[in-house]
Design a protein around this ligand. Structure first.
Ligand SMILES: Cc1ncc(C[n+]2csc(CCOP(=O)(O)OP(=O)(O)O)c2C)c(N)n1
Length: 339
């Protein structure tokens, strides 16, 4: 394992920052009536976005889904912009037009999540194809849930990516439920990774609550993609430690599953191994938590003071002839020579 102490500590920071931001959004701001729209969080799934996105170079690209907050943070979206986004402010990533994770920022190569599940998959295949056609070494990471892998667009996207051998890494947050549907009622296969065989690409199942396992699997897949080997699928088994969204009381999930998965908490696991390996002390972990709480307090205070958009701004930046910069449009970002 070639993971440096710095990378391990960075991963702990981003996982804890993700948890703190999402806890405030789901369990405080939402209940105070300050959130505009729905809330979908990745409580318990933090290792997946963090352990993979941390490997990217600046020019690489991500297509996150709705439980991948850590990916946005690692690519440089600030907590203040994220809180402003959730509170419908003008300073949010969509300038108050849409809420929650329906956001992107092309200046950071974050492609906005397409709400129709799995529709980001063919988009990622296209992005990968553009990298390949221009003989560039970038890769694209594309995230989705288990439910998304049962949709037609997912299969079309993987097929295209495989036939064209594009540098894409498809990462499944297999949290065992698609809203209230348990996985065994949704698909006949046991492991989503086997679906890769249909597209002749490598498919691996890893422990999604082990950030090091996610990191290692993604590293291999990125290396394969950068060498022209084409796409890979990584299934990260995990569990959604909360409702589908903040309004969901999650009564359909048996309590024993929460009890079992609580013991496998990815943040606790990383903290325990860092302390065991003497990379961090208990004091360091406490200090980090306090620093994150302060950063989040500050970001919320700033975002709460940000203005809401004016009615006349509702259509600004919606149509191609009104593109406001930043963020860049997809065409500008990937085909700058066309300008
Ligand atoms: C095509 C489509 N159908 C239904 C929805 C509504 N919806 C949003 S998230 C979700 C559950 C998705 O499950 P999964 O892909 O496993 O991801 P998870 O929410 O578990 O992370 C549903 C049904 C949608 N956005 N798009």
């Amino acid at each position: 394992m070639d993971l440096t102490k710095k990378t391990l500590l960075d991963m702990l920071y981003y996982m804890k920052l993700t948890r703190e931001i999402e806890t405030r959004i789901e369990r405080k701001l939402y209940r105070q009536g300050k959130i505009v729209g729905g809330v979908y969080v990745g409580r318990g799934q933090e290792a997946i976005a963090v352990g993979s996105t941390i490997l990217l170079e600046k020019d690489d690209c991500i297509c996150p889904s709705h439980r991948d907050m850590g990916a946005y943070l690692i690519r440089g979206m600030s907590p203040r912009v994220i809180f402003a986004q959730y509170m419908g402010r003008k300073t949010g990533a969509t300038r108050g037009k849409d809420a929650n994770m329906h956001m992107g920022d092309m200046s950071k190569n974050i492609v906005a999540f397409v709400s129709m599940l799995a529709d980001t998959v063919p988009v990622a295949a296209g992005i990968g194809l553009s990298f390949k056609m221009r003989k560039q070494k970038q890769v694209v990471l594309c995230f989705f849930g288990d439910g998304a892998t049962s949709r037609g667009d997912w299969h079309e996207g993987l097929n295209l990516a495989s036939v064209q051998k594009v540098p894409a890494i498809f990462i499944c947050n297999n949290n065992q439920y698609a809203y209230s549907t348990p996985i065994e009622k949704q698909m006949a296969v046991k492991d989503i990774a086997v679906r890769a065989q249909a597209y002749a690409m490598p498919g691996r199942t890893v422990d999604g609550n082990d950030v090091v396992a996610v990191y290692e699997a993604t590293k291999t897949a990125i290396g394969h993609a950068r060498l022209g080997g084409g796409p890979s699928l990584i299934e990260c088994k995990t569990f959604r430690m909360t409702g589908h969204s903040a309004h969901d009381d999650v009564k359909y999930v048996p309590q024993h599953l929460f009890d079992e998965w609580e013991k496998k908490d990815p943040i606790l696991r990383l903290e325990t191994s860092l302390m065991r390996d003497k990379i961090a002390t208990e004091e360091d972990v406490k200090r980090l938590a306090a620093r994150i709480a302060r950063e989040v307090d500050e970001a919320i205070a700033l975002a709460e003071n940000d203005p809401f958009p004016e009615p006349h701004e509702a259509l600004e930046g919606v149509y191609a002839d009104q593109v406001i910069k930043p963020p860049l449009s997809i065409a500008d970002a990937f085909f700058p020579q066309r300008k």
